[in-house]
Design a protein around this ligand. Structure first.
Ligand code: DGY
Length: 325
């Protein structure tokens, strides 16, 4: 019997390809050039499954070219590149990779918090430009992180991991989440539930950990940024689109807030070039989960989901159980 055919849309670790190769006929894109929507449709037209990344849009238009497709497994916890309704309508299973990237993403959030509060990248650029003439009492003065109030928007696994790391900095922690955490978990995270308005008004550091959807589109825009303290910093390692980038640029230009640390942007990788002109931002190219172990674990978990889906088992991280009907 012929083996199911699968497409891996971007470069992955060799062991992931070896594992998939034990089960499937694998076509890989190890030269790592992103497919255009047309190329993706062409690549998936005769495939039973795909291992995808967040830039591969899986929607009704694509699915109409892929009559054999049974499962698409994202190497990401976010899955806003999937139209799950369209996938379920064609009985295509979708999966993501929750859990394995929580620690790396929370660590990187802290890297952004500290780098932004202490103006690390601004100071480094200045030093590299040969500007340093000597020590000065008032050089690159930053903000204290110890004791500052941390506001976490989105208190899922990653938000909780960020909160737990705040203990070492003796920070009061507020969180805003659609569902309130159980009291024991609130205690474990040392965090108090607040409304979005209260969190924005009281926090010295606001960090976002909410997935992107129609509901969270521009969750932070001009009106919300105006509610933050002028001394506050915003950290964003969630998903482009949760923040209105044009409004954030205006808020950073006119002193509505003090600074921002950003790992994600609207329209990645073509983010708003105005960010590059600002000294009060720390910028990163969507690397919060990028440690070797974490990215390997994400790709392997996606591969395990694909093997389960195409061998008649329920994938561990199934997003659309209605597709099974
Ligand atoms: C995710 O998993 O959604 C990340 O954004 C990819 O690094």
């Amino acid at each position: 019997m012929s083996r199911p055919k699968v497409q891996v849309t971007r470069e992955v670790f060799d062991e992931v390809l070896d594992y998939l190769g034990q089960h499937f006929e694998v076509t890989a894109n190890q030269d790592d050039r992103p497919f255009t929507p047309e190329e993706l449709a062409q690549a998936l037209t005769d495939k039973h499954g795909a291992l995808t990344v967040l830039t591969d849009r899986i929607d009704a238009a694509l699915l109409s070219h892929c009559p054999q497709l049974k499962a698409v497994c994202n190497i990401a916890v976010g899955y806003n590149n999937f139209d799950l309704k369209a996938m379920s309508a064609r009985a295509v299973l979708g999966t993501n990779t929750p859990g394995v990237l929580d620690a790396a993403t929370a660590d990187f959030t802290w890297a952004l918090i500290l780098a932004t509060a202490r103006r690390l990248t601004e100071a480094e650029a200045w030093l590299r430009a040969g500007e340093w003439q000597g020590w000065k009492l008032k050089q690159f003065l930053g903000m204290d992180v110890q004791g500052a109030t941390l506001g976490i928007i989105g208190m899922g696994r990653i938000g909780q991991a960020v909160a737990k790391r705040a203990r070492g900095f003796d920070m009061p922690v507020l969180y805003y989440n659609r569902t309130r955490l159980a009291p024991a978990l609130e205690r474990e995270c040392n965090a108090r539930h607040a409304s979005l308005d209260e969190l924005l008004a009281q926090s010295d550091i606001v960090t976002l950990h909410t997935p992107y959807s129609a509901d969270s589109h521009h969750l932070l825009g001009a009106a919300q940024l105006a509610k933050m303290k002028p001394s506050a910093i915003l950290i964003h390692a969630a998903r482009g689109g949760v923040v209105d980038d044009a409004a954030l640029i205006a808020a950073l230009q006119n002193g509505t807030i003090a600074a921002a640390g950003l790992d994600v942007f609207e329209s990645e990788p073509k983010f708003n070039p105005e960010f590059l002109k600002l000294r009060n931002v720390v910028l990163a190219p969507h690397i919060a989960s990028a440690t070797t172990n974490t990215r390997r674990n994400m790709a392997m978990l996606a591969a395990k989901n694909l093997v389960a889906a195409l061998t008649g088992e329920r994938p561990p991280n199934l997003l659309n159980p209605d597709a099974l009907k």
